[in-house]
Design a protein around this ligand. Structure first.
Ligand code: ADP
Ligand code: ZN
Length: 521
């Protein structure tokens, strides 16, 4: 059968080879095994059910929630000579009936339907004479309340299938890989001993990096300046941050656009168009930006803040390099970001179990920032792929373009200051004491008499806070949660204080070729 599948691939689609994973999925479906395929958008899942549809007797039903895309899908199938049709609420009753007649006369190999159709008890009756070999469930995570877009009508899929005279093979497709969603798909669709495939998550042309302990604003301005002719997206957590970054990029003469939910529909559209049609080459946005955006030449995606989980991160970062050209995905990590995300979880009303789940996913996002191992491996394992090499050679861990700088001396000063302050204050005050600030509060509290007062006066307060951030990010210090986070010493810093262990900071080597264009002459 798989040879025939190859023939179809060539004959109808004009492709020479299946992509990684497609062949295994198709084989599983052709063997009439229930199948769950987890693949990211764009990995080529449509082929995985379309090819078997052509090889099976009778018709394949495709359940898809994306009414707006159904017509396009069916049109492009017809373009390549595959008879297909769709039924959804956009059609008149008479047109719907005409199509159902067509299906019953065996005119089509694929029938796309919206899940709402299945709520209508009569639907199974209408097509009861049909031979249905395969039911392909697209966006199968919609069946789960754990997913990001639960669709109650997906719960009718099973009762629909139960009414059919003969149980078809069921193939479920989704880009969401979490355990909860996967289990829901298997149980709520009553899949029978399904084969599970996770594939297509690797994006070879994307260079992943995590940058810790740098001044994030400076980093972005430097980066944007030294890549000023390239197209990029900068994601920030809040509207306010989007506005400031946008303004600062503009001030240094670059061409940014901005996008967030606080802007009117018209302005959003205008800004988005400016970006799509190259009037602006940097999009500064909240996560409201990107759905359905297909700009292929995005050379970098920088995250100014930590996203809430790996799914969100990978989806946003994945907007880089759609054209297959080398592109960068940079995540700027600051410990305060964890606070922001925790705060957002706390603010949202949800069941305790769900809250715990959100916290766990946030933790896995934080772990990505801390992992000393290959970032690509971390990502692919997160999504459930197997047999991933230890080193990809194309991420900030594997290329290790950073050098370690010994910051033990500064770290010791910071630790002892926190110690003298009895671990009761946050980084602002600690930095002020170390700087030797004449701030009224410092004097009133008598902190100018501490032995650590002014021992880091060669730095600015901000520089001291940056070093503190590095120490937090690397686990030497803890920040308590709450509105006013307090710095605490950890076991790791006790090792430095008592056992003379050294503290290093990873610093990116300055690249000589990144001199600003206008200084060349
Ligand atoms: P998904 O549904 O997973 O988002 P699609 O099925 O729309 O992705 O496929 C994305 C693109 O990849 C389409 O343009 C499709 O034609 C192309 N594609 C899929 N499989 C192959 C293949 N084996 N070889 C080349 N191109 C492919
Ligand atoms: Zn790597």
């Amino acid at each position: 059968m798989i040879e025939k599948a190859h023939q179809i691939l060539k004959e109808y689609y004009g492709y020479d080879n299946f992509r990684g994973g497609q062949e295994n999925i198709i084989t599983s479906i052709l063997e009439k095994k229930d199948t769950v395929a987890i693949m990211p958008t764009g990995a080529g899942k449509s082929l995985c059910y379309q090819v078997p549809a052509l090889l099976f007797e009778g018709v394949t039903i495709v359940i898809s929630p994306l009414i707006s895309l159904m017509k396009d899908q069916v049109d492009s199938l017809e373009d390549i000579g595959i008879p297909a049709t769709f039924i959804n609420s956009s059609l008149s009753v008479s047109e719907t009936n005409r199509r159902i007649d067509g299906v019953n006369q065996g005119k089509y190999k694929l029938l796309y339907i919206a899940p709402e159709r299945l709520e209508n008890e009569g639907f199974a009756e209408l097509i009861k004479g049909l031979e249905i070999s395969l039911v392909a469930v697209d966006e199968a995570h919609c069946v789960s309340q754990w997913g990001h877009d639960f669709r109650p009508s997906y719960r009718y899929i099973f009762s629909f299938i139960k009414q059919l005279p003969q149980r078809p093979t069921i193939a479920a497709f989704t880009a969401t890989a979490t355990e909860e969603v996967k289990n829901d798909i298997i149980h709520l669709l009553r899949l029978y001993k399904p084969n599970l495939f996770v594939t297509g998550f690797n994006r070879e042309n994307l260079f992943f990096s995590v940058v810790k302990g740098e001044n994030k604003k400076d980093y972005i301005l430097d980066y944007a300046r030294s890549h000023k002719n390239q197209v990029g997206i900068i994601y920030a957590a809040t509207r306010k941050e989007v506005e400031t970054i946008y303004k600062e990029l503009k001030q240094i003469g670059l061409k940014p656009a901005k996008y967030h939910a606080g802007l009117g529909t018209e302005e959003r559209k205008r800004n988005q168009d400016a970006f799509l049609f190259d009037d602006a080459n940097i999009m500064v946005a909240t996560n409201a930006f990107g759905m359905g955006i297909d700009k292929s030449n995005v050379r970098y995606v920088i995250h100014f803040n930590l996203p809430k989980n790996m799914e969100a991160y990978y989806q946003e970062a994945g907007r880089a390099g759609r054209d297959g050209e080398p592109s960068e995905c940079i995540l700027l990590f600051g410990p305060q970001d964890v606070m922001i995300q925790k705060f957002m979880i706390e603010q949202t009303v949800m069941a305790p179990e769900r809250k715990r789940n959100e916290y766990n996913k946030l933790q896995e996002m934080v772990d990505y920032c801390y992992t000393p191992n290959c970032l690509r491996k971390y990502i692919l394992e997160y999504f459930g792929e197997e047999n991933i090499p230890d080193s990809c050679g194309y991420c900030s861990t594997c290329t290790n373009d950073s050098e370690l700088v010994d910051i033990t001396e500064d770290a010791l000063k910071i630790f002892s200051c926190i110690f003298r302050l009895k671990e009761r204050f946050g980084s602002t005050l600690v930095a002020q004491v170390l700087k030797g600030s004449k701030n009224k509060k410092i004097i009133e509290l008598g902190f100018d008499r501490l032995s650590t007062y002014g021992i880091m006066s060669q730095y600015t307060e901000k520089e001291i806070r940056d070093i503190i951030n590095v120490l937090v990010a690397d686990g030497y210090l803890n920040l308590t949660s709450g509105q006013y986070p307090i710095l605490k010493i950890t076991a790791k810093s006790v090792n430095v204080l008592k056992n003379g262990e050294k503290v290093y900071q990873k610093v990116h080597k300055k690249k000589d070729n990144l001199i600003e264009d206008n200084t060349l002459f």
